[in-house]
Write a protein that binds this ligand. Sequence first.
Ligand code: GTP
Ligand code: MG
Length: 370
Amino acid sequence: PETITIQELANRMAERGVDVIKLLMRQGQMVKITDVIDADTAQLLAEELGHTVKRIAESDVEEGLFDTPDTDANLVPRPPVVTIMGHVDHGKTSLLDAIRHANVVSGEAGGITQHIGAYQVTAPNGELVTFIDTPGHAAFTAMRARGAKVTDIVVLVVAADDGVMPQTIEAITHARAAGVPLIVAINKIDRPDAKPERVRQELLQYEVQVESLGGETLEVEVSATKKTNLDKLLELISLQAELLNLRADPDRTAEGTVIEARLDRGRGPVASVLVQRGTLHVGDLVVGGSQWGRVRALIDDKGATIESAGPSTPVEILGFSGSPEAGDRVAVVETEARAREITEYRERQKREKAAARGTGARTSLVDMMT
Ligand code: GTP
Ligand code: MG
């Protein structure tokens, strides 16, 4: 059942907690401010105190905010979004760096200093690939838990000298649970003790069967340090992306996910966001988690100021009132009133969750308006 703490109920009615407690005591109930009551009791109390009650389910407040259907006629191909995973020290960061640097035309090297948690590179076939630079499995799980599906493809990095390790297995499990295809990148192939064949065999135990063993999983032997086969890896990503037939409607209002966010001294809250559907424009009103704002500026992964960002584009958004959190979904809304309604609702949810943790009670879905 829906519940609420007496404290929270009092807060929402802008009444004193003690007055709510008195009312309950008069009905013969001995309670304290941290106690939890059910929604029906809360409604009666609120009405008794002269408030009008409007009970709102989560689905009502956030109705139509996310996952509104695309117009099929507008669907166009979009770049794949790729996450690199693997065991500690197997070379994830080295591989990402190598791909990014190999992709930067000389003289432009200064242009990649920007760190926005995600970036785009051009594959050999001329098409873009978006990489998310998330720190690993925990972040991936957290995002999935919050309903944010950000990645289309997982590149599983396995060091040829070390083989399948616990986090390799974890990554396989995550990718499978999320329904995301894997591409196996056997790294450190330059090492004299590299045993790529052993890696392939070990992967079989986890039902990952690479192509050279007759399976369907794409694979490539790479060396991040020697920059071997990086183009091949990008080609495989393009190939896998083609199989996925990734499309999005750029003409609709934007939706995306926060990759990371921080408070910048001069610029205020800066949110790195992956735009997933639609096109985000400067001037749009956005909500992200329990924050909202009007987009003051958009900055791309090369540090350039841009006017708009379409599907699969990573951008920094300036203009949020406060920092949203990694994994928060972002959506464009029509009015400030709507932005406030959503963010205030989420703010309350957060408080209630915290309160419910304190009392061991369930989160309340009841909403009181005076
Ligand atoms: P964590 O972020 O700690 O999980 O590690 P990681 O997977 O990002 O590995 P990282 O890129 O930091 O590389 C770990 C070590 O392996 C570093 O010392 C790298 O120089 C080395 N390394 C990475 N790739 C290669 C490679 O292709 N060949 C060789 N010989 N060494 C590599
Ligand atoms: Mg790393």
